[in-house]
Design a binder for this molecule. Structure first.
Ligand SMILES: C[S@@+](CC[C@H](N)C(=O)[O-])C[C@H]1O[C@@H](n2cnc3c(N)ncnc32)[C@H](O)[C@@H]1O
Length: 512
């Protein structure tokens, strides 16, 4: 890719999953061509995470000395002290994330001014990444809004946040853009009309919408299906834009729409992503992390009373699964003296395939970050243990109909099937289900497969399923951290996209 730096503008950046992956793409001679010049994020805790990671990147790529970053990760120094030890890199990181949380729409003056400055002094290729949040047309959003008789989709400003994206495309005029979104975007309608074809039309000619001077037009490619006509890419089905993460080495069945826009004067076609035959499982992704116990949310919490509750459960489970000889009281005897959080790594993750270990694992870190359990109600713990044992026997999470009556929660919808998935265990031998920001609200959909830990997943486990490297620090409260992790594009997938974009740009640059 010669020595050309690629300027990256990351919009709606969240904790930076997409940016992390794209900026990790490396040339054959070890260079990192993508430089994130600006990340725009309005949420204060995600913004903090972004800035911490930007500093990590500055240190890694600049001085190669990460020792103080690790000291911060281990809690040996404060963030302030870290900044004081590396003032130049810290300043750069803060400039990259615009010095404070920033909202597209409301803070456009600031954002657009900065974009113009960056573009004016950059002579290499430019890339815009990010996905406008579209809760309004996500499937969950639509079913929630269905109950709201005053809801009018057309008045929902979130519908049109993607126009902010178009505005930035018009200003940057990037060679390539990457836009991520939920699968609901493919089927969402406004006034009875599908909006996806309209979105594609707008993205093909952003200047027409923004009435900005740009005349640049874009070809929109899928990253997983080949276009019929490369000069005017069209696809048979809109679902051709859907990426199934589990097919690409991610331990999670996350299905997201990702659009790759290539400026029409860029004479190159992207390759599609290469599938990985074997699926990465939850167990391969997280089983090396220290074992933890859950806590009690509505009663005194200590390891002795937890062990007692789990021992009681073991007897009940043995009765419930009485025809299964593999379920013995011994196999359910609780681990002794587990903690609710553990910072000391207990083993090297040799259960992982090499590509994943190389990406996730950092020996120099010497600490496990964000690995702390939540509290649960005692009755739910038995349900979690039931789910976990059921899944270990059947390789699938139980539906409500699979629960014995004695474990049915007092929920009026339990028997109707409307809440068939009220408790979902992440099956050890398969990729996880989608890690969403809902994990911040309750852990019922994200139950650990080990009945003897009897708990929902920690932030770090969720981050592993999202392929965040272990040295990625999530800032903010635990709830904030879950939201950030659930919102992100898996960085390892994003790296693959970065490599595709890098190859595309280098082939077009070499023709110039
Ligand atoms: C789906 S997440 C993005 C995830 C990100 N691409 C990643 O890979 O980590 C969307 C983010 O957009 C942010 N956001 C929503 N509206 C915004 C706005 N108007 N301006 C800036 N950020 C916004 C939200 O706070 C959220 O963190």
């Amino acid at each position: 890719m010669e020595d050309k730096e690629v300027l990256v503008v990351d919009l709606f950046a969240g904790p930076g999953g997409l940016g992390e992956g794209i900026s990790s793409a490396q040339t054959a001679d070890g260079k990192h061509p993508f430089k994130i010049a600006m990340s725009v994020e309005k949420d204060p805790s995600a913004h903090k995470t972004l800035t911490t990671r930007a500093l990590f990147r500055e240190l890694k790529l600049g001085s190669h000395d990460l020792s103080n970053y690790y000291r911060y990760a281990r809690g040996e120094i404060t963030k302030q002290e870290l900044y004081e030890l590396h003032p130049k890199e810290a300043k750069k990181a803060e400039v990259e994330t615009l010095n404070c949380p920033t909202e597209l729409g409301k803070d456009n003056e600031k954002v657009h001014k900065r974009i113009k400055e960056l573009v004016a002094k950059h002579y290499g290729p430019k890339v815009v990444i990010g996905g406008p949040p579209c809760q309004a047309y996500s499937l969950a959003g639509r079913s929630r809004n269905a109950g709201n008789k005053d809801y009018v989709a057309e008045n929902d400003s979130r519908h049109f946040l993607y126009k902010e994206y178009l505005e930035v495309l018009s200003l940057v005029e990037p060679e390539v853009f990457v836009m991520e979104n939920v699968r609901g975007i493919l089927t969402a309608k406004v006034n009875g009309q599908l909006i996806f074809p309209e979105i594609l039309k707008d993205l093909r000619a952003p200047g027409k919408v923004t009435q900005n001077k740009t005349h640049h037009e874009y070809k929109i490619f899928s990253l997983v299906a080949s276009a019929e006509n490369e000069n005017l890419p069209e696809y048979k089905n809109s679902s051709d834009f859907l990426i199934k993460c589990e097919d690409f080495g991610i331990p999670q069945a996350r299905h997201r729409v990702i659009l790759l826009g290539v400026r029409c004067d860029v004479n190159a076609t992207p390759a599609i992503l290469e599938k990985i035959e074997s699926k990465l499982t939850v167990e391969q992704a997280i089983s090396d992390l220290p074992k933890l116990r859950s806590g009690f949310s509505k009663q005194k919490d200590c390891s002795k009373s937890w062990e007692l509750a789990i021992t009681e459960h073991a007897s009940q489970l043995k009765t419930l699964f009485r025809d299964k000889s593999t379920i013995t009281k011994k196999s359910l005897t609780p681990y002794k003296n587990l903690n609710r959080s553990e910072k000391k790594p207990t083993s090297i993750p040799n259960q992982m395939p090499k590509y994943y270990k190389d990406w996730i694992y950092d020996e120099a870190l010497e600490v496990v970050l964000n690995h702390e359990t939540r509290g649960h109600m005692k009755q739910d713990l038995l349900r979690y243990a039931y789910c976990a044992v059921f899944a270990n026997l059947n390789n699938t999470s139980p539906k409500s109909r699979d629960f014995p009556a004695s474990l049915a929660p007092a929920h009026k919808n339990w028997h109707t099937g409307a809440h068939a998935d009220r408790f979902r265990v992440q099956v050890a031998s398969a990729p996880a289900t989608t890690v969403t920001s809902h994990i911040s609200k309750d852990g019922h959909y994200f139950v650990h497969y080990d009945p003897k830990q009897c708990r929902s997943l920690t932030v770090r486990e969720a981050a592993r399923l999202q392929t965040f490297p272990d040295n990625y620090i999530f800032e903010g409260t635990r709830t904030n951290q879950y939201v950030q992790v659930g919102n992100a594009v898996p960085p390892l997938l994003a790296k693959k996209i970065g490599v595709t974009v890098m190859n595309l740009l280098s082939s077009c640059l070499s023709k110039q």
